[in-house]
Structures are given as structure tokens and as C-alpha cells.
Design a protein around this ligand. Sequence first.
Ligand code: 1HE
Length: 260
Amino acid sequence: MDYLSYEIRGDVAIIGLNRPAKRNAISDAFIEELADAIRRAEREAKAGVIHGHGPHFCAGLDLAEHVSKTPFEGVHGSRRWHEVFGWIQRGKLPWFAALHGAVVGGGLELASCAHVRVADRSAFFALPEGQRGIFVGGGASVRTARLMGVARMTDMMLTGRAVDVDTAERWNLVQYVVDEGEALNKAIDLAAHAATNAEISTYAIIHALPRIQDMGVDDGLFVESFIASFTATSPEAEERLNAFLQKKAGKVTRPGGADG
Ligand code: 1HE
């Protein structure tokens, strides 16, 4: 692999963006490697982590390659990003992004596909497309806007504003903030935990929740009732529910508490 590292740890696939000299900028060949790695992870793991090697998570689209593309090649490139990133967001695995340094442009679009984002204190977030004379093309208008809201995204794109981790957490771009250098470990821990969940519940969580969010209230509640019933009557649910009732499964514990 030229642009990625790939490792399996237990049930977790760990994909590292590995083009640090170019700040992990994503070229056409890079996206094809990512496509293969995601499919491989779906065969070999129950959860996945994406992180970046070098000083930054990802500088987004490879601008050197992009500058010589025709408009239609640009459309095809964008559509390929959509396809591959869609396998992350609505594929078979829960994905955890470990973020540090620059998480900008297409790098933020990639991070926005993950189901959980962990950022260390070095991370910063920006959408410099407006300043480059282009537009987002890796799904940010759909995914990133849903995370932080259109008003904030409009501000970031119009003004070139970069935001730090605390702002990103307040804006719902990241769920966990950790000390510098700790994002990958935290993301792996969370992914390992998610890998122990019932496969059907994980699938429902990552596929049903974003769809229901886009539905009206009545439709959402109706769909929810069927998914709830379908998952609850699975053999895995029966086993897990009985394990709890027989006191063989862990209780819910207080955050940070010592009682469980
Ligand atoms: C690149 C890229 C890139 C760096 N494409 N080559 N993304 C951007 O507009 C962000 C552009 N990058 C930056 O603002 C900075 O590079 C960073 C803040 C990310 C990092 O700064 P720094 O000081 O650590 O690195 P650097 O010296 O700027 O860059 C190191 C090398 O990486 C340098 O090449 P070199 O040959 O001179 O060593 C840079 O040219 C190269 N490099 N970023 C190509 N992005 C599907 S649509 C998505 C739309 C977008 O993503 S638009 C946003 C693009």
C-alpha cells in the first residue's frame, strides 16, 4: 500500500492515512486504496478506526492533482468520494475517527463519515474550499452540515475560519476531546468496545438513526417500532437479555464511578 497503513488488532481494523509529506492529501489513487481497505476491513473486523500519520490528520483533496482536471473529471472524482465515503458511513462497520492537527476540507469530510470522532488538543478544523475557488465535494454539504448546522458551515466556508477542538466539540463535530497524542488509543478502545455489541444492533444504529433523522416524526416512530421489534426478537438479543436477567451480564455503570 502506498498511501495507507492497515492493521488488525483483535476485532478492530486500523486504517492509517499515510502520505505525511503531502499532509495526507487525498489523490485518485489514494481514494482507491481507501476503497480497498474499507472493503477488506468489512471482511476482517467488527469495527474500524481511521487516523492519520504525520503532523496532521488530513489536508483534504490533493490540490496538485485537482488543478489539472476537467470539470467533468471533477464530477466523477467527487462522485467516487461519495461512493467510497458512503461505505464508511452506511456500510457494515462502526467507524471511529482519531483526529489530530489539520482536519480540513476533504479531511473533515472523511471524518464526518465516521460514526464517532475523537480529537486530540492539537486538532483544528476548517473548510478552505471558498478560499480555493472551489466547493466541498466529498459530502460535507450533506454530512458536515448535518453535524454542525448550515449556519456554522456557511460561516466557516465564507470566512475561512478555523476552529479548535473545544469549539468543534461544542459544535458537535467531535464527541471526545483527549490530550495530545491520545486520540488513536481512545478511538481504538471505543472501537473495541463497539465490536462487542450485537451485530444487528450496530447495523440498526448506523443505518436507521441517520435515516430516521431525515424522516417526519410519524414516519420515524413507525420505522423505529419495526426495527425495535426485529432486533429484540433476534437470537442474539434473547441470549443477551437472558444473560442480564440471570445476572451474567454487566450493569450500566455511573460515568467514572467505581461501582461496576
Ligand atoms: C498539499 C495539500 C493538499 C498540503 N493538496 N498538496 N485543502 C487545503 O486547502 C489545505 C491545504 N493545506 C494546508 O493548508 C497546509 O498544508 C496544512 C495546514 C494542512 C499543513 O500545513 P504544514 O505547514 O504542516 O504543511 P505544508 O508545508 O503546507 O505542506 C507540506 C506539503 O504538503 C507541501 O508540499 P511540498 O512539495 O511543498 O513539500 C504542500 O504543498 C503539500 N500539501 N496540503 C496537495 N491539500 C472532494 S472535495 C474536497 C475539497 C477539499 O478538500 S479543498 C481543501 C484542500
